[in-house]
Design a protein around this ligand. Sequence first.
Ligand code: ZN
Ligand code: MN
Length: 128
Amino acid sequence: MKKTTRRMTKQRKKILEVLKATKSHPTADWIYDQVKKEIPNISLGTIYRNLNVLREMGEIIELSYGSSYSRFDANTENHYHFTCLECGLVQDVDFEVDLDMDKKVNMAIEGDVKYHRCEFFGYCKECK
Ligand code: ZN
Ligand code: MN
C-alpha cells in the first residue's frame, strides 16, 4: 500500500520556517514575498497550494475572515486572537483558553465539545 502522508518538500519547509519566525499572522502574499527571497522562481499559486497542504498536515492553522484574505499561523495550539478593525493587526491574546465554556456548551447541547475558537474584534493599542 502506498503511503499517503505528505512529504516535507524544500518549498514547504521554507514556508513553514517563514511562518514560524513571525507572530504577525501574515497573508499568503506576505509569505510569498519572504519565500521569494530564497526561492526566486516560486509562484504565488505554489504558496497557496503548499499552505493548504500544511493546513491539512496540521502544521499550521488558517484564520479566515469572510471576504478578506486568510491569514496563517504556525502556532497550532488552541489560542485566542484579537483583530484591529482599524489597522487589521491580528495578535495573540495571551490568556488561557476558557474550558468552562466547553462545559456550558456541553450542557446546552448535551454533546461533547472538543475545542472552541474565539476571536475578538476592536481597536488595538495604537488605534484606540
Ligand atoms: Zn490597530
Ligand atoms: Mn496566533
